[in-house]
Design a protein around this ligand. Structure first.
Ligand code: FAD
Ligand code: NAD
Length: 470
């Protein structure tokens, strides 16, 4: 076997790819990880999940200091509160660097060979890598894993210029707070990065094509989140289709149709957040015989096998929600399967969080989905306003809602709108993974005082008897 032959070759060092490589290393398989960028971690660590959350935390501190500290008796005198955007951005970059360095360490520790360069399929079991130092190398592997992720979608009449027309890649690194920011798309990116710039002082307007923002969340959560974001000063327009745009050096005018009427919006800049598409450019898919689905994702079977023998695909580049944890699970499951183990991903239980304030978190089916499927269900709901810890923490917005099977009481969906909903959802995910019932949550002892008690109360409410219910 030549020096450049591996058991596993992974193309793409994002959550799907780097975890697949680490797991392969842990299972003792010779592995090469090919990534075109210097830092590992892909979209999630470098320009996605992590930098956006660092900015959300910093902007929240600034917003809270400006708007909410006085009632805690913290007075900032003479309105002398100001923003150092450079320091805020530096902290974000430091967080990202600390994490990407951590992956470098884990890759080495697990004896995975790292190749910095662009990988292209040559057909059969070979990958050509155009390395960043100008060389071309060929590696072969028993199994090639495509984990090349996704990239931003561009609207044809709004080409990105990084100044007035920006994508999330730009919106995590602006050097100035725009006076006004239009956001096209009321999904996770639009609402998270819209929140960041609104908190930092921009006048933000979200324009959403569908009848509601956060359209994938349970309708109650999305309705309540809409109210909170409006209260924070974000202007939201639903049922609004952006048709065309005028771009000048001063800003952008969007021409839209709103409930059949023409309405124009002007902003100093526009953030286009209308989704992401799989990244398969120059990957050599045709040469290798790897087929795509109608929507341009790499077609795989239930074991992540593509149409080409020995080539597999995982993460954003295949079907399913474009989420880091879904990508990670697929990386681990595939490599375990290749090692002869029983790797598995439960696609019915994929948690989903929008990290606004309050956070919108959900897992399992929404109420609308239960109705569509004709499943008889019971609902238990409890407000954080009636929870001691939430009140003490000044985090009393929102509610938790549990949907359970009408006959068996099995939990079918949990939806939370609250501060730290992302953390609270973990309990619901575990219960659902074990096929638990609402009564299991209700009869489990929860520490007092904690916000988790809201989940317990919502679980009691499923059978009509919340302990602290009005
Ligand atoms: P990616 O992370 O996109 O990684 C693919 C890697 O492959 C990249 O590093 C790329 O450089 C490399 N690559 C591509 N082609 C080649 C090639 N031919 N040769 C070599 N290397 C190649 N998800 C969440 O779950 N939670 C969040 O809070 C969250 N926040 C987000 C915020 C933003 C602003 C964005 C944009 C995304 C967010 N996501 C979030 C989505 C998340 O980032 C993706 O689901 C996740 O990164 C997908 O992982 P992946 O490994 O499939 O792809
Ligand atoms: P998205 O699909 O979540 O939301 C895009 C929104 O834009 C949709 O509501 C859609 O109806 C709307 N839209 C599309 N075209 C439009 C138009 N022409 N005019 C007005 N509205 C329009 O996509 P996103 O927010 O760009 O995020 C991309 C991916 O990244 C998603 O898969 C998301 O799950 C993932 N992501 C996840 C998180 C998280 O988990 N917290 C954070 C950021 C991104």
């Amino acid at each position: 076997m030549s020096e450049n032959h591996y058991k596993i070759a992974v193309i793409g060092g994002g959550p799907a790819g780097y975890l697949a490589a680490i797991r392969a290393g842990q299972l003792g398989m010779s592995t090469v990880l090919i990534e075109k960028m210097k830092p590992l971690g892909g979209t999630c660590l470098n320009v996605g999940c992590i930098p956006s959350k660092a900015l959300l935390t910093s902007s929240e501190h600034y917003y809270v200091a400006k708007n909410r500290l006085a009632k805690h008796g913290v007075i900032i005198k003479d309105d002398a509160i100001s923003l150092d955007l450079g320091a805020l951005m530096k902290r974000k970059t430091d967080v990202v660097t600390q994490l990407t360095k951590g992956i470098d360490f884990l890759i080495k520790k697990n004896k995975v060979t790292r190749l910095e360069g662009f990988g292209k399929l040559l057909g059969g079991n070979a990958v050509e890598v155009a390395t960043t130092d100008g060389e071309t190398k060929t590696v072969t592997a028993d199994a090639i894993i495509l984990a090349t992720g996704s990239e931003v979608i561009e609207l044809p009449f709004l080409p990105y210029n990084g100044k007035t027309v920006i994508s999330s890649d730009h919106a995590i690194a602006l050097d100035k707070v725009p006076g006004s920011l239009l956001v096209i798309g009321g999904g996770a990116i639009g609402l998270e990065l819209g929140s960041v710039w609104s908190r930092l002082g921009a006048k933000v307007t979200v324009i959403e094509f569908l009848p509601r923002i956060a359209a994938l969340n349970d309708a109650d959560v999305s309705r309540e989140l809409d109210k909170h974001l409006r209260k924070q000063g974000i202007d939201i327009h639903v049922n609004t289709k952006v048709e065309s745009a005028d771009i000048t050096d001063q800003g952008v005018t969007l021409r839209t149709t709103q409930d059949g009427k023409a309405v124009d919006f002007f902003g100093d800049a526009v953030l286009v957040a209308v989704g992401r598409k799989p990244f398969t450019k120059n990957l050599g898919l045709d040469t290798a015989g790897v087929e795509l689905t109608q929507r341009g994702r790499i077609k795989v079977d239930g074991h992540y096998k593509t149409s080409a023998p020995g080539i597999y695909a995982i993460g954003d580049v295949i079907d399913g929600p474009m989420l880091a944890h879904k990508a990670e699970e697929e990386g681990v499951a595939l490599v375990e399967q290749l090692a002869g183990q029983a790797g598995h991903v439960n696609y019915d239980i994929i948690p989903n969080v929008i990290y606004t304030h309050p956070e919108a978190a959900g897992v399992g089916l929404t109420e609308d989905q239960l109705k569509e499927k004709g499943i008889a269900y019971k609902v238990g709901k409890f407000n954080f306003a009636a929870n001691g810890r939430a009140l003490a923490n000044d985090m009393s917005e929102g509610f938790a809602k549990i949907l359970a099977d009408a006959k068996t009481d099995k939990v079918l969906g949990v939806h939370i709108l609250s501060s730290q909903a992302s953390e609270l959802l973990g309990e619901a995910v575990s219960v659902m993974e074990f096929g638990g019932a609402a009564e299991d949550i209700a009869r489990t002892m929860h520490s007092h005082p904690t916000m988790t008690e809201v989940l317990k109360e919502a679980a009691w409410a499923v059978s009509g008897k919340a302990l602290h219910g009005a």
